[in-house]
Design a binder for this molecule. Structure first.
Ligand SMILES: Nc1ncnc2c1ncn2[C@@H]1O[C@H](COP(=O)(O)OP(=O)(O)OP(=O)(O)O)[C@@H](O)[C@H]1O
Ligand SMILES: [Mg+2]
Length: 234
């Protein structure tokens, strides 16, 4: 059963159309990856789902109910939370304050559960978020999104700029979050890491999905290996 259905989604910025009829499903309990090079529309897709950008045409359904072009706080209430590209944590606030803000109407109800996933943050609750390392800031960004108890977590390039060891840790966390019952749509340029953890993946190019399939199949697809895995099978 689908948790999220994206149907024929188009997004325009001014007169330029960025997404041209993107369709994809996130089955309940699954991790779905969207892969693609710089500037192909990955973040635009995430922002359209989370209500930051307006959708020109098409539909977004969560558990069969439309959320298309609803206000972003309403979309959060429907169970869709985003860990945005570039993290966008509030660096002049403490870790705790960032988490409180993420909780929204849930307040701190999820705090213990979230901190169980991110024990590192527990030790840094009073610390300014801006003083965290890059990896810790990414954890805070994901933890903040989880505070609102999402059904669907949107992750926009969580591994960007992180050392390989931290990339591995972030992807372990992604797998753990799914075990908690959260479905995940993840955008990544690190195709190798994303395909390892995802059930299903889509490749987007110039605002269109050009290739889709189970991750296990895409990992060995010559087109993926050539263009996204540096010519080496994962
Ligand atoms: N707010 C905006 N106003 C105008 N153009 C935009 C806006 N947001 C995105 N675009 C354009 O849409 C295209 C896709 O951008 P987007 O950020 O979605 O790509 P991306 O795949 O996330 O890239 P990256 O890998 O660099 O994060 C780009 O040409 C970008 O300039
Ligand atoms: Mg992007």
């Amino acid at each position: 059963m689908s948790l999220a259905e994206i149907k024929n989604l188009s997004v325009k910025m001014g007169i330029q159309e960025i997404l041209h009829g993107v369709s994809l499903d996130v089955p309940k309990g699954s991790i779905v990856a969207v892969l693609g090079a710089n500037g192909v529309g990955k973040t635009t897709l995430m922002r359209a789902i989370s209500g930051v950008y307006r959708v020109t045409s098409g539909e977004i359904l969560i558990e069969g109910q439309p959320i298309t072009n609803m206000a972003s706080h309403k979309i959060v209430e429907r169970g869709v939370c985003q860990a945005p590209e570039g993290r966008q944590i509030f660096s002049n606030m403490s870790v705790r304050e960032n988490l409180v803000l993420g909780g929204g109407s849930h307040g701190l109800a999820e705090l213990d559960k979230v901190l169980a996933l991110f024990p590192l943050l527990k030790e840094r609750m009073g610390q300014g978020a801006g003083s965290l390392s890059g990896g810790e800031q990414q954890m805070l960004c994901i933890a903040r999104a989880l505070m609102a108890k999402p059904k669907l977590l949107l992750l926009d390039e969580p591994s960007l700029g992180l050392a390989p060891k931290l990339v591995a840790l972030i992807f372990q966390l992604v797998a753990r979050i799914r075990e908690e019952g959260v479905s995940i749509l993840i955008v990544e340029q690190n195709a190798r890491a994303a395909l390892k953890v995802a059930d299903h993946a889509h490749v987007i190019d110039d605002g269109r999905i050009v290739l889709s399939g189970p991750s296990a199949e895409l990992q060995t697809d010559p087109r993926i290996v050539e263009a996204y895995l540096g010519g080496h099978v994962a």
